[in-house]
Write a protein that binds this ligand. Structure first.
Ligand SMILES: Nc1nc2c(ncn2[C@@H]2O[C@H](COP(=O)(O)O[C@H]3[C@@H](O)[C@H](n4cnc5c(=O)[nH]c(N)nc54)O[C@@H]3COP(=O)(O)O)[C@@H](O)[C@H]2O)c(=O)[nH]1
Length: 839
């Protein structure tokens, strides 16, 4: 049962008892009141009337006796006596009337009560006798009756008086005893009421006391249990569980207490595990953690602090924190700033390790407010030596060339911008920008190896560095490109002097891997402000001038000029136009037939790219191919040519013309290791037999990129395609590559053919080429045949095939088809035989 209900019940019992006591008390009081009412309203007035009746009787008796006495005085009666007698008579009358009034009053009270009725009747009879006897006595007196008679009357009167008084006194006595009885019964009622009320009050008190005692005892007992439990918990014992024996509030309190202890147990476990976790975090955290006291000594450290600083824990504890700083004034300032700031203070500084070595660290400190004395703070120390070194390295890498140690492009641009800004602002003078690269460096790099190439670049940088003034900047832009910023020039001639000195500086051989290596430079010069007022423009113009220097024959310098700019703009126009032409398919292929000099049959065609520009009309490949090569567009262009040519060739095959398709391959394409894959994929997509594809490469192609080219060529050969050497005789004189690269056909340059009839040495060269080719088992084709005479000479020298305007100009595919049909018909008539390609 709930405590509140128990208390309520006990209160109700108490209240019920009180109510009962009240009711009984009221009832007793009502009884007493009724008694008193009866006494007041009946007994007392009756008693009074009885007394008044007795008084009235006694008055009648006394007045009668008085009157009798006065009458006995006889003789001539004086007036006074008469008056006295009259007075007595009057009193008698009044006594009579009072007697009757009182008797009547007594009768009102006594007649309803049977017992009293008898008494009343006796009184009335005695009274009536008294009156009658009294009247008789008076009459006898008035009549002066004989004494005897008077004596008898008097005796009778006195007897009547006694009877009357006796009757009245009996009634009074009776009434008095009645009154006493009523009083007794009233006292009895009151006594009973007092006893009952007292008993009930006592009972109610006892019950209340018992209930209150029981509740208090039980509450106290259980609260005591609770107190003991709480004390145990306060003492740290969390294994306490209070028994829940009731479902009242105390039971709930016990359950709540048990849950609280359980929660405390859980939190304690969690706290312990969190503590363990934090301890392990602190112990394993890579950053050093140092707690510093208000006095500035080390209070605590984690293992990382020992590892970072190199001190054992014992040596660190109690050590002045300041002594860890390489510069103590910095340490002092840092500690003060932690005190002042009241929040996290961060800084980067240098510590001294146990071995005295400097340690770059980042510090982050904040005051500790966890029971430590004021001024204690925590310092997290992160070793940033690595980062600092990396930052230095990054700076070095960002601004200096890793190979030569010279400023790189970024630093150069910065310095150049600053120099230009100074020149524009306060030092109006000419600046020169010399852009140069090493002539044929790529060839040299390929032939002697990258390592040697790198050494050459380092030595060039070293040698050039010696001639650089402090105010000038020599930078390496990458590869073999160098830029020289001269800020202290008298005039443009000064730039020419510097350029000449650069060229001279490189004239002496360099010793690389115990070999003498020669190099030279082609230098382009742009002058501020005439050739540009910003770095970008000056660089661009110097670059243009450098290309001009190369075209001039290398190992030379060239100033930027308007003409150069025009040339460069043309190149840009072509490059942008070509890019657009490729995406919008403005390019097409023409095919020039190749004829067998033996059979006259068309054995193949050479695919030649054509570009029709909407505004500028036809733009020849001799213009756009070099631009495509310089810009890298040649890869896309070459892939397109290859695919279009192969697809076209297979169409002709399907029409019965089993001819070979010749495709020109640029040196850039050949340098791409993925080129063989592209060829294989294209052949597969077109469905063309590789034996019908002839890739035309120039001699420079093969010579310029020896190692890579050899690998690519090998792969191409393994596909089964044919290789022809284009423009043979115009490039390198070394013929060993013919063997090395498994070439299939030599193509004699048309410059020799053009002079075959006019110059005997040209004819001799052609004859020699044909002989070399045949001796190596290669076929030989001559290009640029324009006359029958030329053809005749070539036939005479046993040249295998021919190509030139004499047979056909390069033409669209549709025309080739007609041409092929016509030629095969003619060949059939002429030779009466079937001609197969003999590649
Ligand atoms: N890498 C690539 N190079 C290509 C491609 N298409 C063309 N080219 C190269 O451009 C150069 C110029 O070619 P083009 O103007 O097409 O000239 C060719 C012929 O028209 C021309 N020729 C042929 N016969 C005669 C002749 O009797 N007289 C005469 N004056 N010219 C003639 O010769 C050029 C073909 O030469 P070659 O390639 O050496 O066989 C040229 O170097 C092309 O190679 C391409 O797609 N990719």
């Amino acid at each position: 049962m709930r405590v509140w209900l128990k208390l309520l019940v006990s209160y109700l019992v108490l209240i019920g008892g009180m109510l009962l006591i009240c009711v009984l008390g009221i009832r007793s009081a009502q009884g007493v009141r009724d008694h008193f009412h009866e006494v007041n309203q009946e007994s007392v007035p009756l008693l009074l009337h009885l007394k008044d009746l007795r008084a009235a009787g006694l008055r009648i008796v006394s007045s009668t006796m008085e009157y009798s006495f006065l009458s006995s005085l006889g003789g001539a009666e004086p007036v006074a006596l008469k008056r006295e007698r009259e007075g007595e008579r009057q009193l008698l009358r009044e006594g009579f009337s009072e007697y009757r009034r009182e008797l009547s009053a007594c009768g009102r009270y006594m007649l309803p009560v049977p017992q009293e009725k008898v008494l009343y009747a006796r009184m009335e009879a005695a009274g009536t006798r008294l009156l009658a006897v009294g009247k008789n006595f008076i009459l006898l007196r008035d009549l002066h009756a004989p004494a005897q008679r008077l004596i008898e009357a008097k005796e009778q009167f006195e007897a009547a008086e006694r009877a009357f008084l006796d009757a009245v006194n009996t009634a009074i006595q009776f009434e008095r005893s009645e009154l006493d009885q009523q009083e007794e019964s009233a006292f009895a009622v009151v006594g009973r009421a007092v006893t009952t009320t007292g008993s009930l009050a006592g009972f109610a008190f006892a019950v209340s006391l018992a209930v209150a005692g029981f509740i208090s005892f039980s509450l106290s007992n259980r609260l005591s249990e609770l107190r003991k439990g709480a004390q145990a918990v306060a003492a740290g014992r969390l294994d306490v569980t209070l028994p829940i024996t009731s479902s009242d509030e105390i039971g709930e309190l016990f359950a709540g207490f048990n849950s609280m202890v359980q929660a405390l147990r859980t939190s304690k476990q969690q706290l312990a595990s969190t503590n363990r976790y934090l301890q392990s975090v602190i112990a394993t955290m890579p950053d050093a953690l140092i707690v510093i006291s208000a006095k500035g000594t080390v209070l605590d450290v984690n293992p990382a602090a020992q590892a970072t600083l190199g001190y054992p824990r014992e040596e660190l504890l109690g050590r002045p924190f300041l002594r860890l700083f390489a510069d103590r004034s910095v340490g002092r300032e840092f500690i003060l700033s932690v005190d002042r700031a009241g929040q996290v203070v961060e800084t980067e500084t240098v510590f001294l390790g146990s071995d005295g070595a400097e340690l770059a660290v980042s510090l982050s400190a904040s005051a500790l407010y966890c029971g430590q004395e004021d001024g204690t703070f925590l310092c997290i120390c992160h070793d940033i030596t690595q980062r600092k070194n990396s930052a230095r390295e990054i700076h070095q890498l960002a601004y200096f060339d890793a190979l030569t140690g010279l400023p790189n492009r970024t630093l150069f641009l910065d310095r150049c911008n600053q120099a230009l800004a100074r020149a524009a602002r306060c030092e109006p003078r000419e600046l020169a920008l010399l852009f140069f690269d090493l002539d044929h460096f790529k060839d040299l790099n390929d032939s002697v190896g990258h390592h040697a190439g790198d050494q050459l670049l380092q030595k060039v940088a070293e040698r050039l560095g010696e001639m650089v003034r402090a105010s000038d900047t020599l930078a390496r832009f990458g590869g073999d490109e160098f830029v020289f910023l001269c800020t202290s020039l008298g005039d443009a001639e000064g730039a020419a002097i510097v350029a000449r000195r650069v060229i001279e500086c490189l004239e002496r051989p360099f010793i690389i891997e115990n070999r003498e290596v020669f190099t030279s430079a082609s230098i382009g010069i742009a002058i501020y402000p005439q050739d540009g007022t910003d770095t970008e423009t000056l660089l661009k113009h110097a670059d243009m001038a450098m290309y001009a220097a190369k075209e001039k024959g290398r190992n030379a310098f060239e100033f930027f000029s308007r003409q150069l700019k025009q040339k460069a703009q043309d190149r840009i126009f072509l490059e942008e136009g070509l890019r657009q032409a490729l995406s919008q398919q403005e390019l097409s292929l023409h095919y020039q037939p190749q004829v067998s000099l033996e059979s006259g049959e068309v054995v193949g065609v050479e695919a030649l790219a054509r570009w029709f520009h909407a505004e500028r009309g036809n733009i020849g490949p001799d213009r756009f191919i070099p631009v495509a090569e310089q810009s890298g567009l040649i890869r896309e262009l070459g892939a397109w040519v290859l695919r279009t040519a192969c697809l076209q060739c297979i169409k002709w095959h399907r029409l019965g013309h089993r001819i070979t398709i010749g495709v020109n391959v640029s040196i850039i394409q050949l340098a791409d290791p993925s080129f063989p894959t592209l060829v294989a994929k294209t052949l597969a997509e077109a469905g063309l037999d590789p034996a019908y594809l002839e890739l035309e490469l120039t001699e420079s192609c093969l010579m310029g990129n020896t190692t890579d080219s050899a690998a690519v060529l090998k792969e191409l050969k393994s596909l089964g395609v044919k290789i022809a050497i284009d423009d043979f005789g115009t490039g390198y004189s070394s013929l060993s590559y013919l063997k090395d690269f498994a070439v299939d056909r030599l193509k004699i340059d048309r410059s020799f053919v053009r002079e075959i009839t006019s110059r005997s040495d040209a004819a001799a060269i052609i004859k020699a080429i044909i002989a070399i080719g045949h001796s190596l088992g290669l076929r030989v084709i001559a290009e640029g045949i324009e006359t029958a005479h030329e053809e005749e000479v070539l036939v005479r020298h046993r040249c295998d095939d021919a190509q030139g305007y004499f047979y056909a100009k390069p033409m669209p595919a549709a025309e080739v088809e007609r041409f092929l049909t016509e030629r095969s018909a003619t060949a059939a008539i002429d030779t009466s035989g079937i001609v197969f390609p003999q590649l």
